[in-house]
Write a protein that binds this ligand. Structure first.
Ligand SMILES: Cc1cc2nc3c(=O)[nH]c(=O)nc-3n(C[C@H](O)[C@H](O)[C@H](O)COP(=O)(O)OP(=O)(O)OC[C@H]3O[C@@H](n4cnc5c(N)ncnc54)[C@H](O)[C@@H]3O)c2cc1C
Length: 478
């Protein structure tokens, strides 16, 4: 692969966006024999895929088999998707995931991604195939660098899509090096531009309650694919279900938040932390998905939840995954520490007596009955099966709120990943993958399945786009 200085003006397949979806699409299309041009708007590849915790959801892998996990099934996976999405997802797209997930795992593994099985303590994560933050997308980018017929350029943003007289998308306007140029595309344009978590304007339209949330995700993820495809009449799916992720960390709280491009997510609540609101009171069973916590957390004063934990939880800090790397978060001012709960509360301008009372009540429940009398929390138990206490100094606290990491809803696609219009008709020559495509998740994202969805859909679109000329040729000769 060459790092294109001057962009070519013709290609078989044009992939827009070099996150997980775009990389899988580009490699697959090139390996299938197409000349591929992969363009990335930012100066580095990776997008949200490089900040993600790194968990992929797969079933039936060699790792699950080696671990003796035989109870899982494709049917269970399909049901989890549909139940999580409250059956508002497109079953045909859920089937795409189910059909292609194992082959996609093997494709990634064979291109250098290293997986290990893990359980992050959140529903469906017994299928979590962990890669660590940024590692999988880095491995796929390195694989792309070695792929013949694949050219790559950064700082190259697509701005407009064009159709020929037959309605097929065959040309794309791109800005690169301060100039605008058009690229002719013979087999297919693949929109892999991610979501719109960095676009205040689109959030204001589709999820106004999240317009002020802590912004995460790829720095250039401003919904360009959604906007460009919409201009051609693309349909929309699931855009009304954009949801936040609870745990977006505020640096040096209660100091005013400064500009912070990449704040971490902190999921200490999944490791045993309790959460109090600005009144110093617990408000939820903390052992739930960050997506569920998002809706509840948003209703608290200023939308804030203060995660409180002790040295036992800090000792379990991971080095590999952004969401549980508590040590780095402490070093970078996102977590504060003190030797007493009262001092911890004072550091955050919370009422020490109220916070102490909340911690004491939780510890009392944990010690005396093992049942959280306030919210019925059941997990994060110690080795004896009891609810874990918060009682080993020093103590830690993180001010966290709703974060917008990913948007999930997007343009409508059919199972070939071809974008469909408002009437359900295909927009020939145009594909959408990863977070640019809607319809997979319905009402709620299934935790830990977005990276894998990006890889699966990218791979499928790469196959279909590369094959489209073959289909055209065989039709002509039929
Ligand atoms: C903090 C965080 C933690 C997460 N943790 C997980 C997790 O553990 N597991 C999981 O499954 N999911 C997780 N997610 C969600 C997941 O990361 C994303 O849904 C997924 O990475 C999206 O992949 P993608 O390839 O569709 O988009 P991205 O990886 O965002 O790539 C899109 C790329 O397109 C580029 N682009 C944008 N516009 C243009 C344009 N006009 N022209 C050219 N290029 C353009 C962007 O710069 C970007 O590089 C997390 C997300 C965040 C932010």
């Amino acid at each position: 692969m060459s790092q294109a200085d001057a962009l070519p003006t013709k290609t078989d397949v044009l992939v827009l966006g070099a996150g997980m979806a775009g990389l899988c699409a580009a490699i697959t299309a090139a390996e299938a024999g197409a000349d591929v041009l992969l363009l990335e708007k930012a100066d580095q590849p990776g997008g949200s895929s490089s900040y993600a915790g790194g968990a992929f959801t797969f079933v039936g892998t060699d790792l699950q088999e080696a671990a003796g996990m035989t109870g899982d099934s494709l049917e269970a996976l399909r049901n989890d998707f549909l139940e999580s999405g409250q059956h508002k997802n497109d079953p045909a797209l859920v089937n795409v995931y189910v059909e292609d997930q194992l082959a996609t795992y093997e494709f990634m593994r064979d291109h250098g991604v290293k997986f290990s099985l893990g359980d992050l303590g959140i529903r469906s994560f017994t299928r979590a195939h962990l890669t660590g933050t940024g590692r999988a997308v880095t491995a796929m980018f390195e694989a792309a660098l070695k792929t013949p017929r694949l050219r790559y350029a950064a700082k190259a943003a697509a701005t407009r899509l064009h159709r020929n007289a037959a309605g097929r998308v065959n040309r794309v306007t791109v800005t690169h090096g301060g100039k605008s140029l058009d690229i002719e595309v013979s087999r297919g344009v693949i929109l892999a531009t991610g979501g719109f978590s960095r676009s205040r304007k689109l959030l204001q339209t589709y999820a106004p309650e999240l317009a002020d949330a802590v912004k995460h995700g790829g720095i250039a993820n401003t919904g360009d694919g959604l906007v460009m495809a919409t201009a051609l009449g693309a349909g929309h799916a699931d855009l009304g279900y954009v949801s936040g992720s609870y745990g977006g960390a505020l640096r040096n709280y209660p100091e005013p938040a400064g500009d912070d491009d990449y704040p971490p997510l902190i999921f200490a609540f999944a490791a045993g932390a309790i959460m109090v609101n600005k009144n110093g009171e617990r408000f939820v069973n903390e052992a739930q998905s960050y997506k569920v916590l998002s809706g509840i957390g948003m209703k608290q004063p200023d939308g804030l939840g203060f995660q409180i934990f002790d040295q036992k939880v800090m000792d379990g800090s991971g080095a590999d995954t952004s969401v549980n790397n508590f040590k780095d978060a402490l070093a970078n001012g996102y977590i504060r520490t003190a030797s007493t709960i009262a001092d911890l509360a004072r550091a955050m301008n919370l009422d020490p007596a109220k916070v102490e009372a909340s911690v004491d009540q939780y510890n009392k429940d944990a010690r005396e009955s093992g049942v959280d009398s306030q919210f019925g929390r059941k997990v994060n138990q110690n080795a004896k099966g009891e609810l874990m206490t918060v009682d080993v100094a020093p103590y830690y606290i993180a001010a966290t709120g709703n974060a917008i990491t990913s948007t999930y809803g997007g343009v409508t696609v059919n199972p070939d990943m071809v974008v469909t219009d408002q009437f359900g008709d295909p927009i020939e020559g145009l594909y959408a993958v990863g977070e640019t495509a809607g319809g997979f998740y319905g009402a709620l994202y299934l935790s830990g399945s977005a990276l894998s969805r990006s890889a699966i859909t990218g791979r499928r679109a790469g196959q279909r786009a590369a094959a489209s000329v073959v289909r055209a040729t065989s039709l002509a000769s039929a």
